[in-house]
Design a protein around this ligand. Structure first.
Ligand code: F6P
Length: 455
């Protein structure tokens, strides 16, 4: 039994079956992992889903980390809930990603998947009800588990229940695309919580506006804003280790001496706007031939959600556009776009240190931690080109160069401005960006929510 519980789809650890049948555990990073480390593992339980065959095998063999409970939900139910609803519907609504003449289609197939989403949420609610001590605090994460607060409240009225959204929230006129009964069920599910947390005021206000329009307000549920910050201590230490130094040397060689670096680091995620970023870079090279041979766009685009066709197609498009730019402008000794698609955290940190300009241009983003991490790690200062639609813009906007993510020409101009910013100004801005980016480190982010929930 635990007094602090966390629930999320993806847990802190995953398992892979080795060739000899043994299970290899891989620990993940991220804000929640370091946030929860502020609480003793004896008092806490993290409930998550088994995501792959390795995870399921670990559950069957009874292998697991202390303080982690993985739920072996039927794989078809999980796929329908995770791919079919969470990532194909709710993610699309909150990030406003639909091409509305053709999508979304709310038909019988949608209803079938929705039933799976309910089943998956109920499995979490039951497990949490099982594991929680009297009056325990439960912190449910994200759009995957939006129904859990209401379901858990029915099972265990004694608990203090919080929910945190790591995504944006849709404005009411977009949210109401969902069938009315589903929209209300979602909001009422969330409102089963005592407290709801959001990354920015803008997303909290959007949620409140949806509630006002659809269910007559937020009732007794309190809304709070907790702007998750970068973990400065961890990043500064980790980014000076030998494996990062090694990758830094390799990157320097790949870029070539004396050249500027425009960096982006993202999951290959539709909302990250990687393709328009490359078009903006191409426009920069078109309009400013003086940069030919003097700048490289280092783009790390790591695989994500490859079960969904639209993500596979987007991944291909990223590679295609990078190749077009290289074919048009590349020379024997200059590759204008260096694209890496294999996830390598140490190399990302090396690139953070090296970059002159960071391009963070999402269509819409809950926060965007890359925008916060780069200034913390940067060796000599890095100019930040930042979308006004990223949550991080609320805290970093003043010292960033702001862009409208749809405006390719405007983004190209911003890149030019960033490249020509003087060294001292860049360093000054980076210092202020780093201070703003670390205002609420993960452990404090977590503990502040916990305290608010207990109060
Ligand atoms: O930040 C939103 C989020 O959905 C997280 O919950 C999730 O871990 C991350 O994006 C990556 O997505 P996925 O878990 O689907 O790979």
């Amino acid at each position: 039994m635990a007094s602090v519980l966390v629930a999320s789809n993806r847990g802190p650890v995953s398992y892979a079956v080795g060739e000899d049948g043994t299970l290899d555990a891989r620990r993940g990073g991220g804000g929640l992992v370091s946030g929860l480390s502020a609480v003793s593992s004896e008092d806490s339980v993290w409930v998550c889903a088994a995501l792959g065959d390795g995870d399921r095998e670990a559950v069957r063999r009874g292998i697991g980390e202390p303080g982690v409970r993985m739920l072996d939900i039927d794989p078809d139910v999980h796929a329908d809930a995770y791919n079919g609803i969470a990532n194909s519907v709710l993610w699309f609504v909150h990030h406003m990603l639909y091409q509305t003449p053709l999508e979304p289609v709310f038909d019988a197939e949608f209803r079938r998947r929705w039933a799976a989403y309910e089943t998956y949420n109920r499995a979490f609610a039951r497990a949490l009800a099982d594991e929680a001590d009297d009056g325990a605090c439960v912190l449910v994460q994200d759009y995957h588990l939006a129904l859990v607060p209401g379901m858990l409240r029915e099972l265990r009225p004694d608990l203090r229940i919080g929910h945190f959204s790591h995504t944006p929230w849709a404005p009411p006129e977009y949210f109401r695309m969902l069938p009315d009964d589903i929209a209300r069920q979602l909001l009422r599910g969330m409102l089963g919580a005592d407290r709801l947390g959001f990354l920015t005021r803008r997303w909290a206000d959007a949620f409140a506006a949806c509630c006002a329009a659809e269910v007559g307000g937020t009732g007794d549920t309190r809304l709070g804003v907790y702007g998750l910050g970068a973990d400065a201590d961890f990043l500064r230490e980790r980014s000076r280790r030998p494996d990062v130094e090694e990758r830094l040397a390799a990157l320097r060689e790949q870029v070539g001496p004396g050249r500027r670096v425009i960096l982006r680091v993202d999951r290959t995620e539709l909302s990250k706007n990687i393709v328009r970023g490359m078009h903006a870079y191409r426009t920069l090279l078109e309009e400013h031939p003086e940069w030919h041979g003097r700048v490289v766009h280092v783009a790390f685009a790591y695989p994500s959600r490859q079960d969904l066709a639209v993500y596979r197609e987007y991944t291909e498009e990223v590679g295609r556009v990078a190749a077009v730019v290289n074919a048009r402008y590349g020379t024997d000794d200059w590759t204008p776009v260096v694209l890496h698609v294999k996830d390598d955290f140490a190399r990302s940190l090396a690139a953070y240190r090296l970059a002159d300009v960071a391009l963070v241009n999402p269509i819409r983003d809950g926060m965007n931690l890359v925008a916060k991490e780069v200034p913390v790690v940067s060796d000599e200062g890095c100019a930040l080109v930042l979308s006004r639609e990223a949550g991080a813009h609320e805290e970093l906007g003043e010292d960033a160069i702001t862009v409208n993510p749809y405006d390719v020409t405007g983004t190209a101009h911003a890149l030019h401005e960033a490249l020509t910013m003087g060294g001292p100004e860049r360093a000054e801005r980076t210092k202020r960006l780093a201070a703003a980016a670390t205002a609420l480190p993960p452990q404090q982010w977590f503990l502040t929510q916990l305290e608010a929930l207990r109060a």
